[in-house]
Structures are given as C-alpha cells and as structure tokens.
Design a protein around this ligand. Structure first.
Ligand SMILES: Cc1ncc(C[n+]2csc(CCOP(=O)(O)OP(=O)(O)O)c2C)c(N)n1
Length: 559
C-alpha cells in the first residue's frame, strides 16, 4: 500500500503491468497526467496531433506487440474524434485501454465546458466503460481494464477519470494486472465429434479469420489443413484483417468473393467446412439470395468467443476455446481417427488443390507483370512492383480499397504471415497510423503501408508523429484521385446515375492533393514516381532506411 494521487496510481499500475507507451493528445483535464509524465522514466508518451492517429497508432502497436495499448484522450471532444477508430478496435477486438479526463466533479452540476456523459458515448463500442468516482478505485479500474481488454473476446475498454480524482490522494494497492493463462482447450468430447465429422468428409474446406493469427495458431492450422488436404479460404478484402495461413502454402486458396450469391456458389463444392476464428459472415451490400452458407454444408465452428458460434450459421459442432490448443488437439485426433482410405483421399485432394493453386498464382503473376507496361500504373502493376522488393521479414499494412487486391497474399509474395494487417472495421484513417504503431512494436522489421489517397487524408497528421519519434515506415500513397470503391459500390447497387457513369462527391481531383508537399510539411521525406522500376528502387531503399518516407504513385482511374 502507498499514499499517492489518482494519476500517479494510474501510472504505477500501468508500469507494473508492463505497459511502456502512452498514446495521446491532451487538453486541460489531462494536464495532471502530462505533468506527472515529465520525469517518469517508466512510460514514454507519444503525441498524436489528432485522435484518429492516436487511436490507430495504438491499435497497430497492440496487434503487433500482442499486448494492450493505452490511450489518453481529451474529454468529450477528444473522445468524439476518436470514435471511428474506437469502432474499428471494437470490430477487430483490439485490446485498447482508452482513458480520458473528465471535468472536476465539483463543477459537474453546472454543466461546465466540455463536460459530457462520455461513458454512454463509449459504451456501445467497448467491452466495459466506466467513470471512476473515488481515487481509491483508480488502481482497481486500471487493472480491470487491462485484464478485460486482453480476455476473449478481446477489445477496447474506456475509463474516464475526473480531474479532482486525478489530483486527490489516498492509500492504495498499486500492484499491476496479472491476467490468467488463457490457453483454454475446448471440451475433449466436442473435439472428438469435430474430428469425426472432418475425418469422414468427402471434400472438406477451411474458412479462416484473423483470430487464428492473433492467437498465434497458424502452425496448428497448417497441421489440420495438411491432414485433411483442405483448401484454406480467408475472408474477402472487405473484412480480411490478419493473414492466418501462409500465403505460399499449397493449400492457400483464393479469398472469399464479396457478395452472397458468389460466396454460396463458391462454398457449394464442400460437404464439410471448418470455420476457425472467423465471423460468419460479414456482408456488406445486400444481394439476393442473401444466404452465404449452402444448406448442404456441415459446419464445425471454432472460436474463443462463444457469441460467434451459431450466430448466423447453424453449426453442427461448436468449439469454444483458444485456437492453439484446440487445433493442436484436433490434428492429433485426426491422426488417431482417420482410416488409411481417408488419409489416401486427403493426400490426393491436397495434391489436386496444390496444382490448382500453383496454376492460379502463376496466371496472376503473369497478368500483373504484363500490366507493368500501363501508364499510369494499374493496381496490379503497382502491387507487382512492390511485391518484387518485399524483404522476408516485412510487415505490410493495407488501406487502399481498390488497389491492393490481396495481391501480396494471392501471389505468394508475402512470406511472413504474421506481418499482414488489413482493414476490418472500415473507419478510414487507420492504415497509415496502424503502420506507425506496428513499427514501434517491431523496431527490427521494415514496415510498408499501402494507402489510398482518400484513406490517407483521414489520418495524415500521423506523418508528424512518425517523424517526431523517428519511426521508419514506408508509406506508398496510391493516388487515383477518387473514392473509387464508392463508385464501384454505386454501380453494384445499380444506382441510376452511377450506371450512366456519373458521380457526385467521389472525386478528389479538383484541386489535386499534393502528397509530396503535404508529407514534407510534416517533416517526412517524400517523392513521386510513375514507372515500376523507379517505384521498386525507391521502396527497396526506403524499407532498408531508418527514417519515414512517403512515395506517391499515380494509379489508373477507372472513370
Ligand atoms: C471515416 C470514414 N469516412 C468515410 C468512409 C466511406 N468510404 C469507404 S471507402 C472510401 C474511399 C476510399 O478511397 P481511397 O482510399 O482513395 O481508395 P479507392 O477506393 O480509391 O481505392 C470512403 C470515403 C469510411 N469508410 N470511413
């Protein structure tokens, strides 16, 4: 027990829990924190110039470091600016502890400047939201917040601390959080049923989501896929997230298509599907028929979040538990259960899938290589120029909706699965900043961010933070001068003007945005390139460098 202030208690519990960074943007109600940090050697504060960068840098850091990231926001207006990124974190399950100041409670009845009911604002997109009312409760709230953020389903929490509580003193227990071991295996009886269904499948497939990568269970999934000879299918780019299966593995299949009729058609060849760590299904635009999973499929669904199992699609066997021990156990059970005939059939399926996969990958690479001739570069031509220079240990962050096309993964250029980050929540402004957080967590891995011109403008201030703290990220801005995805969606919705090729509010060309000048004004070295060889050269050099750099590339417009 020690006598200290509320804010010192918060810092002590955070430091004792292993937290090293605070990501923030302050106002008056956060000044006790800023003051206390002046000579605190335990925690480093990273200043972001707006709340979108603050939250998204923290998001990237949390995912790459596999630890909770702690954010400090200004009262109501700061939280307001942060809401899009809070939404992303909630959809992704990012373990964020978002703290904020609150007005002095002695003023509250008068409704002082910037006072507001922040808990009600944050609650829908957090696992837990609270305003601490007694200084003695600060350490408990911080410990609980850290633990709640990391416990499945992982996700953000929100803790507001009024100014008077921050400055008050009390005697408190300041020990850090010590979360329990969460490697909980699903019940053996359910695993046996799952293994039996999978073993007897004539043509099994595997649907995989981000939580397999996040649970560090990719190697275990490979073991299961190999035993079954089953292709492994990621979510469509609309909700892709992390890469949970090695892109170069012979069983890595094309991701799911976008719309329900094609998803259903694609899945109709399978008699059994194992869904692992994936939300079934995250659709976007309604299509008839809306059904995604064919009636004929028997579903085995594994997740650490029971809410996901049977949520939209009835599962014959539901497995609730940590994916790593669950998949390891499943592989062992398959070894014990599969008959020689089943093993032989699985091997034959695997060989057939491998041949199909190799042919598809080769055709994609050929097409991309041919498109290198186009000017301005096409999306494929651009991605192929980047793919040529990706180091083995690169981390890639993508937020460029119509340019990236899952090319790194589909072409096999991505050799290290852990380093792939893509949008899941779709509040834009995330990608450029997520990349900064990833690099902060992984100082030894080069980081490439491929960001659309539209997306970049929602969080461009992050460039200043990258320079200020010398965090070397290579930002490639794919500039097509438009919100192309929205034009594509307007056509998909068959809207009358869009069908005639007319759009309003979806072009960024008048005036054109000068990303080179913008980056330079925020302290980041920048250049513009147009041909593929120069692009490859400048990105290769930048990835090996020790400072942030921005490369603007013109991309062919569709209309
Ligand atoms: C904060 C936020 N505002 C608006 C949108 C809607 N939106 C989705 S994609 C998109 C355009 C993205 O443009 P760009 O990054 O240039 O990629 P492109 O579609 O041209 O490939 C917009 C505005 C959003 N998802 N998030």
């Amino acid at each position: 027990m020690a006598i200290t202030t509320g804010i010192q208690a918060m810092l002590r519990v955070l430091a004792d829990s292993g937290v090293r960074y605070l990501f923030g943007n302050p106002g008056t109600t956060e000044l006790p924190l800023m003051d206390a940090l002046v000579d605190d050697p335990r925690l480093t504060y990273l200043l972001g110039l707006q709340e979108i960068p603050v939250m998204a840098i923290a998001d990237g850091y949390a995912h790459a470091s596999r630890s909770p990231a702690v954010v400090n926001l200004h009262i109501s207006c700061g939280l307001g600016n942060a809401m899009g990124m809070l939404y992303n974190a909630y959809r992704e399950g990012t373990p964020l502890v978002v703290t904020a100041g609150q007005q002095d409670r002695r003023l509250a009845l008068e409704e002082p400047i910037l006072w507001g009911d922040m808990v009600s604002v944050a609650r829908p997109w957090t696992k837990w939201a609270v305003e601490v009312q007694r200084v003695e409760d600060v350490p408990v709230a911080i410990r609980r917040g850290l633990q709640a953020a990391m416990t499945p389903p992982t996700g953000p929490v929100f803790i507001a601390i009024p100014l008077d509580v921050q400055m008050e003193q009390a005697e408190m227990d300041l020990r850090g959080a010590s979360p329990p071991n969460l490697l909980v295996r699903p019940p053996l009886e359910s695993l046996r049923r799952a293994a039996a269904v999978l073993a007897e499948a004539r043509n099994p497939g595997i649907l995989v989501g981000s939580r397999i990568c996040e649970a560090d269970a990719v190697a275990e999934l490979v073991e299961v896929a190999d035993r079954l000879g089953a292709p492994v299918i990621h979510e469509a780019t609309t909700s892709h997230g992390r890469c949970s299966f090695p892109a170069q593995h012979p069983l890595a299949a094309e991701p799911l298509p976008f719309w329900s009729p094609e998803v259903c058609r694609r899945l109709s060849e399978f008699d059994v599907l194992l869904a692992a760590g994936m939300k079934l299904f995250q659709q976007y635009i309604y299509h008839e028929p809306a059904r995604t999973l064919p009636d004929t499929v028997r579903l085995v669904h594994l997740d650490d979040n029971p809410w996901e199992i049977g949520k939209n699609c009835a599962a014959e066997v539901g497995l609730v538990g940590h994916p790593r021990p669950a998949l390891a156990e499943l592989a062992e059970l398959l070894d014990a259960m599969m008959t020689p005939g089943q093993i032989e059939a699985a091997q034959a399926r695997g060989r057939r899938r491998a041949a199909e996969h190799a042919a598809r990958r080769e055709a994609l690479r050929r097409q991309a290589a041919a498109e290198r001739e186009l000017r301005p570069l096409s999306p494929l031509g651009l991605m192929e120029s980047l793919a040529r220079v990706l180091p083995d240990n690169v981390a890639v962050v993508e937020e460029s909706p119509t340019t990236t096309l899952s090319y790194f993964e589909r072409s096999g250029a991505l050799r290290n699965t852990s380093g792939y980050f893509a949008q899941r929540g779709w509040a834009l402004g995330w990608g450029l900043n997520c990349a900064i957080g990833v690099r902060l967590a992984w100082p030894d891995r080069p980081v490439l961010a491929v960001i659309g011109d539209g997306s970049a403008m929602y969080g461009i201030q992050g460039l200043w933070t990258a320079t200020r703290y010398r965090i070397p990220v290579t930002f490639v801005i794919t500039n097509n001068g438009q919100y192309r995805i929205l034009k594509d969606c307007a056509q998909e919705l068959q809207l009358p003007a869009a069908r005639a090729g007319c759009f309003l509010g979806l072009d960024l060309a008048g005036p054109a945005i000068d990303f080179v000048a913008l980056a330079q004004s925020l302290g980041v070295a920048a250049c513009r390139v147009g041909d593929p060889d120069s692009l490859s050269d400048v990105v290769r050099e930048s990835l090996a460098g020790d400072a942030p750099r921005l490369v603007e590339v013109a991309v062919k417009r569709s209309s």
